[in-house]
Design a protein around this ligand. Structure first.
Ligand code: SF4
Length: 325
């Protein structure tokens, strides 16, 4: 069995809510991520899905140390992110990178592609001389399908898809083992999305990369991921192999999400019953007691308002948090 490259245990991230002008006092917390645990094995792609605001991006950024965690533990290739400092933290940063959702906002408009892709090479001291650095940048450009002749251009001279390729080249520059892909195609035209997904798959095959793929497009997630984790209001509610999750979802929230995924077979589409959830997602600063989903769950029972469901193994690596299991 492949070893876990990424181990996330009880990860919690709260953002304080403060009031006051001269003296700020804390009046509560936004509970963005609350007790999330999972592992990702080397070479695997784990999908993290859920509605906007469910905490999936915050989870991805906290796993990389871009936000300090409130509680919990993250180990990347055996190294403890929470206690790492100095050279150890730099080593983790080299191994774990991120592809951002918006290629327009994530690239410095004043820098050439050469400067953007060279930055991680400089930070991690990955070249001995100018010629080696320049060659490495050109190789990275070619690796992501961009002409090395374009290295001295600025981000605004590229299309959206090309800019995302520049972002991918920057993420690859430090030779990472693990990449958090945070909605990497959500800002792109539909016609370009498949090209970027194919590129990520090719790179994974060539370089043995491990991905945490954050997305809300469940069709795309089924295509690219090996396992899928579903988040609701800061908590994981279900995690399973992708086919198991899509064909046999156990949690009522997952069932509702999957009932909305378009199917190409008209007969199957006619047979399927769409589950429409009522009400809005509650505020993460005041999550409901008991099961956080009970205010919208079509199958809620009295117990759901009082006690929080535990994370249970339903067999074959299929985990779910629901009293009805
Ligand atoms: Fe619905 Fe209750 Fe299960 Fe929560 S625990 S998903 S409210 S049935």
């Amino acid at each position: 069995m492949a070893r876990p490259l990424v181990e996330v245990e009880n990860l919690t991230k709260y953002f304080p809510i403060t009031r006051g002008i001269l003296i700020q006092r804390q009046v509560g917390n936004v509970q963005a991520v609350d007790g999330v645990s999972f592992t990702i094995t080397q070479g695997e792609t784990l999908g993290l899905v859920g509605e906007s605001g469910c905490g999936k991006t915050t989870a991805g950024r906290t796993i990389l140390g871009l936000y300090p965690a409130t509680a919990g533990a993250v180990h990347i290739d055996g190294q403890d992110l929470m206690t790492a400092k100095g050279a150890d933290m730099l080593a983790i940063r080299r191994k774990a990178q991120m592809i951002f959702p918006d290629p327009f906002a994530s690239l410095n408009p004043r820098w050439t592609v050469n400067a953007i892709v060279s930055e991680p090479l400089r930070v991690h001291k990955l070249f001995h001389n100018e010629q080696e650095r320049s060659e490495r940048v050109r190789n990275l450009m070619a690796l992501v399908g961009l002409s090395p002749r374009l290295v001295n251009r600025f981000p605004h001279e590229f299309s959206g898809g090309q800019r995302q390729r520049i972002g991918i080249a920057r993420a690859l520059a430090s030779e990472p083992a693990f990449i958090v892909c945070d909605e990497p195609i959500s800002a792109l035209d539909v016609s370009i999305q498949a090209q970027v997904i194919n590129l990520l798959e090719d790179l994974q095959d060539q370089l043995g990369l491990t991905y945490l793929f954050i997305a809300h497009d469940l069709s795309m997630v089924r295509h690219i991921c090996d396992r899928v984790a579903v988040m609701y209001l800061g908590k994981l509610v279900e995690l399973a192999q992708k086919n198991d999750l899509y064909e046999n979802p156990l949690h009522p929230y997952t069932q509702a999400l999957i009932s909305a995924v378009p199917v190409s077979d008209p007969a199957a589409a006619r047979r399927r019953r769409r589950i429409i959830l009522q009400g809005d997602v509650p505020s993460p600063s005041k999550p409901p007691p008991g099961c956080r989903f009970h205010t919208r769950c079509p199958r809620a029972v009295d117990r759901c308002t009082e006690s929080e469901p535990v994370w249970q193994d339903a067999g074959d690596g299929h985990f779910v948090a629901c009293h009805l299991l």
